[in-house]
Design a protein around this ligand. Structure first.
Ligand code: TYD
Length: 204
């Protein structure tokens, strides 16, 4: 495929959303065509799934149902948004992707990573990111950054996020070519510079 697929990962409060905006602006200013997107909710149908997954009015969601809904959202996202954009040669940057499905449902919820890899591989039909930036920072710092009303997942306790972060750590160790750790304690502009140091040579 002609384009480039970049994903941003990290626990809630790690600054992915800010970085998505900064990266998009920066790459567009360099003349690239960029499609910023996110999970859950990156496709039309996904927007409905996002409400089901995050709005506390729906009460608790069974862990396995949750994992499958995130995977279904991802399948819509790949088929309707990501793959077509890559085929048009664009740079796609997604705020969360398959690694969130492993870290949150595997680490946070404690479901089998092997099973999650299977259902998610089915969902994405072979489409892995070219590169993933993991915005890493202490769990306490990240949670302190969250302001306003917290969604259903953000209401989880600190141990939930520690377990989630541990899976990200594992991914950084087992897939060092794709999954890169970035220190997210620093200011957003510094994070952007670090990301661009890696991306620059790849973009030519
Ligand atoms: P996020 O977009 O980070 O929320 P916000 O709009 O508040 O920035 O993601 C929503 C939540 O969904 C987040 O707590 C992580 C969770 N999530 C999973 O548990 N599994 C997944 O596969 C994905 C994509 C997200």
């Amino acid at each position: 495929m002609a384009g480039m697929f970049i994903t941003l990962e990290g626990i809630d409060g790690s600054g992915k959303t800010t970085l998505l905006q900064l990266m998009t602006d920066h790459l567009q200013a360099l003349g690239h065509t960029v499609l910023p997107t996110r999970e859950p909710g990156g496709s039309m149908a996904g927007a409905r799934l996002r409400a089901l997954l995050l709005e506390s009015v729906f009460g608790t969601v069974d862990d396995r149902a949750e994992a499958l809904l995130y995977a279904a959202d991802r399948a819509f996202h790949v088929a309707e948004v990501i793959r077509p954009a890559l085929q048009r040669g664009e740079i796609v940057i997604s705020d969360r992707y398959i690694d969130s499905g492993l870290a949150y449902q595997g680490g946070g919820r404690g479901l089998s990573l092997e099973m999650l890899l299977q259902i998610n591989s089915f969902a994405v039909n072979g489409l892995m990111p070219d590169i993933t930036f993991w915005l890493d920072l202490p769990v306490e710092t990240a949670l302190a950054r969250l302001c306003g009303e917290r969604d259903r997942l953000e209401q989880e306790n600190i141990d939930f996020f520690r377990r989630t972060a541990a899976v990200y750590q594992q991914l950084a160790m087992t897939q060092p070519q794709r999954f890169l750790r970035i220190d997210a304690v620093q200011a957003p502009q510094m994070v952007l510079m670090e990301i661009m140091r890696v991306l620059g040579p790849r973009l030519g």
